[in-house]
Design a binder for this molecule. Structure first.
Ligand code: NAP
Length: 345
């Protein structure tokens, strides 16, 4: 494919994005070129637009990670991607390609590595397909961050529990769905309006993080249920202290582990015998590629086929295409509750 396509370009730190033409790239041997039909938005997108953080190594940049679209062309070594013309879900992030603008999601044609490209089932719309990539990858990476392999299958006799703080977030909903598939008994926090929904996704019990005694409510429930709670995923900013307060009471003499999805401030709270780790995929490409393959071609593809994994949270479609990305990012920055913002392209 040669030619030009439209892209929402980030010309400099501070934005705004502006729509311009770019040359359409050819896929490398292990890459897939995708015609983008919908993108989903993540907090990292407005951090990068507004603050150039996480670092944007090349300007003009093309940011964005979450894509659903149609396979336009596959690279010469690719054996796992759906055929050209097929509908697909892809994680397309320039972050892993030294900021290469050909690999950012917010454009009409994007390159993605084949490990992170799978078929979009017929039953799902492009808008539904776009919600998965970064949130799934982040939720699954949290398990390996705390040393739990993705093929773990606990049984009820194992009595293994996990705390997911911020379960109504985009990442949190996939933390709940994946906790269920690994066999955990899941204790989650969210606003009350999301409790039934999160139970349907697989949470055992959900607690309102805005109540003053939320920590003792969770501790009491864990003790009553007789499960072992020494693992947690703190998904949202502000959740680490109460997460540690729960673990202090539930871990006993066991070592505890916490995956922390927001950037960890240097002066973050700590707890004895508890490892708190920023949740991020390995920077070793071979390890990360294998992990990505397990996330997309394993957990997500298998779960979509069997119906055990569903799009989550609820989708808020914003119009305007590439031109609509600035106001859509402003809406995300203002805060969402149990919704994923998706923009058809
Ligand atoms: N490390 C990585 O690679 C990586 C990748 C992706 C995202 N992230 C980070 O992960 C975090 C979550 O991202 P996201 O896209 O999933 O966020 P999101 O969907 O925008 O999160 C919104 C949700 O956060 C919940 N929330 C806010 N404050 C809370 C608190 N104190 N306790 C419990 N819940 C709270 C709200 O819950 P209610 O509606 O119930 O009130 C709301 O539904 C962000 O900090 C993001 O930057 C990191």
């Amino acid at each position: 494919m040669t030619g030009k396509h439209l892209a929402a370009i980030l010309p400099q730190k501070g934005g705004p994005l502006s729509v311009e033409e770019r040359s359409t790239p050819e896929p490398g041997p292990n890459e897939v070129l995708i015609e983008v039909k919908a993108v989903a938005l993540n907090p990292v997108d407005y951090y990068q637009r507004d603050h150039g953080f996480p670092p944007v190594p090349i300007y003009p940049a093309v940011i964005g990670s979450d894509v659903a679209g149609i396979i336009a062309k596959v690279g010469s070594n690719v054996t796992t991607a759906p055929a050209p013309g097929s509908r697909a879900i892809a994680l397309a992030t320039s972050f892993y390609f030294n900021g290469s603008p050909d690999h950012g999601a917010f454009q009409k044609y994007v390159l993605a590595q084949s490990e992170a490209v799978i078929a979009l089932p017929d039953a799902l719309s492009f808008e539904e397909g776009a919600v998965f990539p970064l949130a799934v990858m982040t939720a699954l990476t949290a398990w390996t961050t705390v040393g739990i392999p993705l093929d773990t299958k606990y049984t009820p006799q194992d009595k293994q529990a996990v705390l997911i703080w911020g379960a109504a977030s985009s990442v949190g909903t996939f933390a709940v769905q994946s906790a269920k598939s690994l066999g955990f008994t899941t204790y989650a926090t969210a606003s009350p309006k999301h409790h039934d929904y999160l139970k349907k996704l697989g949470a055992h019990a959900v607690f309102d993080y805005n109540t003053s005694d939320v920590v003792s409510q969770i501790v009491d429930a864990v003790k009553q249920d007789g499960v072992k709670l020494h693992t947690a995923h703190c998904v949202v900013t502000g959740g680490l202290q109460p997460t540690l307060d729960v673990l202090r009471e539930t871990k006993g003499n066991a070592a505890a582990k916490v995956a922390h999805s927001p950037v960890l401030p240097p002066d973050h709270p700590t707890l004895d015998n508890t490892e708190i780790t920023f949740n991020f995929p390995s920077m070793d490409k071979a390890i990360r590629d294998k992990h990505m393959y397990q996330c997309f071609h394993g957990w997500l593809q298998d779960g979509l086929k069997s119906g055990s994994v569903v799009p989550s949270p609820s989708i808020q479609v914003e119009d305007g295409g590439l031109e609509g990305l600035n106001p859509a990012l402003d809406k995300l920055r203002a805060g969402v509750s149990g919704t994923k913002i998706v923009v058809p392209i």
